[in-house]
Ligand binder design. Structure first.
Ligand code: SF4
Length: 324
């Protein structure tokens, strides 16, 4: 297997509480590359199952660039069948989970079955431990993060996922949401509250020289982009920097999509959020842009879509209310 892929994936059977390692099929790597491609290709044989059927797989997959020193490559894909739309669904997810999974020497995590009791899973390199999650039932994702966040990168659900709400999210590292399609409910149907992963290995690289050249090219282009690294760009003000951009172009969804311009949007712009909350930069593993924002206390601050939809879409310019 070339660099990038580990050539292995971790299969979890929740009903038997068994973990097995399989080879990542080479045709899958060549034909579908990774991330979304792996997940969707594997889901093909199960797509007619009900999303809450225990045999419906929940797949977290990472592409070949994850874990390598490539800008913005620290993301993974969570894939299953959506209980909301009934279609194949993949969520692109940030944070550290994909990188830790690759460092633990896996390209993918494939979860099937349903726990006989609520479970959470701890993965440390080749060690996989199944824990009773009865005491975690009913906890919010923030509360689970406080309890399990030290065990590694964390994906977890809150009460919405447990109760099979069809638009429930899966939250990663307390900040990054697999936020569409209700894959949190698929996880809840499996009685799986959380998964943590920690890896100590390194990702194989075929040619460090070629990779460095590609990285230099990407960084040069990113640095030339005013939207990314400019004075008022994403790196400085987070994705909420886009509030001013769409406002200036009069393309902000307003009043439930009836208009495209909202007078009050400067009250929740990226600039304003940074000023009011003294916001700090954060972001996905290995990313030089770091387009997320958090408070000094480490609490996640909302991104563009959240502020724009709780703001202009609802004709609301109350920043504190939006953040709350
Ligand atoms: S921090 Fe932002 S720019 Fe960097 S990989 Fe994550 S989402 Fe993309």
């Amino acid at each position: 297997m070339d660099g990038g892929w580990t050539g292995r994936f971790l299969y979890i059977d929740l009903e038997r509480q068994r973990a097995r390692v399989f080879r990542t099929p080479e045709p899958l790597c060549k034909g579908f590359i990774g991330g979304r491609g792996f997940g969707v290709a594997l889901l093909k044989d199960f797509i007619e199952l009900d999303p809450f059927d225990p045999q419906m797989p929940l797949i977290f997959s990472a592409g070949p660039l994850v874990g390598a020193p490539v800008p913005t490559a620290g993301r993974g894909s969570l894939v299953s069948r959506s209980p909301l739309t009934g279609t194949v669904f993949d969520c692109s997810v940030g944070g550290r989970f994909a990188t830790e999974l690759k460092r633990a020497n896996y390209d993918m995590l494939v979860i099937q079955g349903k726990g006989k009791r609520p479970l959470w899973i701890e993965i440390k390199d080749s060690d996989v431990t199944f824990h009773d999650a009865t005491e975690l039932q009913g906890l919010t994702t923030d509360e689970v993060s406080q309890r399990l966040g030290q065990s590694g990168s964390l994906m977890c659900i809150g009460p919405a996922g447990e109760n099979l709400v069809r638009y429930a999210s899966v939250l990663f590292d307390g900040h990054y949401a697999a936020g569409r399609g209700g894959l949190g409910a698929v996880m809840g149907a499996k009685r799986l509250k959380a998964v943590t992963v920690r890896g100590t290995g390194k990702v194989k690289i075929s040619s460090s020289e070629k990779l460095q050249k590609a990285r230099d090219d990407i960084m040069r282009l990113l640095r030339a982009s005013p939207v990314v690294f400019g004075e008022f760009g994403l790196s400085q003000f987070g994705t909420a920097a886009l509030v001013d951009l769409v406002h200036a172009r009069r393309i902000e969804p307003t009043a439930n999509f009836r208009r495209s311009y909202f007078e009050g949007s400067s009250s929740y712009s990226g600039y304003r959020i940074k000023e009011v909350f003294d916001a700090k930069k954060t972001g996905c593993a290995g990313c030089p842009i770091l387009c997320k924002k958090k408070t000094k206390q480490g609490r996640a601050l909302p991104e563009f879509e959240t502020v724009s939809h709780f703001g202009a879409l609802n004709e609301n310019s109350d920043l504190q209310g939006i953040v709350k």
